[in-house]
Design a protein. Structure first.
Length: 100
């Protein structure tokens, strides 16, 4: 799972680099007319925003998942009826009154 996330992040990193290089090429070539450059700016900007946003969201998600993995104690799972000490969870006062 972690390797597939890293592979996806690397793929989107290359997309960001390629869109950036495409923009540099577009504006540095002298034989493209200025009217075409202005017309191509809008789709290029939209493409860059989408790719960069996707890359950042994947990277942020991977960092959050790594932080969760670090916080979890290794090999320790807590069921819904138990607390972290392995004892039965305390019921609240309303549940005790109802006899649940």
């Amino acid at each position: 799972m972690k390797d597939s996330k890293n592979a996806e992040i690397k793929r989107w990193r290359w997309y960001v680099i390629s869109v950036t290089v495409l923009g540099i090429i577009l504006f540095s070539l002298p034989w493209i007319a200025n009217t075409y450059k202005i017309a191509l700016t809008v789709p290029l900007y939209a493409m860059f925003v989408y790719v960069y946003y996707k890359y950042l969201s994947l990277k942020k998600g991977a960092q959050a998942a790594a932080a969760v993995e670090e916080d979890k104690p290794a090999g320790r799972k807590v069921s819904s009826g138990m607390n972290t000490a392995g004892k039965p969870a305390r019921k609240n006062k309303a549940a005790i009154r109802k006899g649940q």
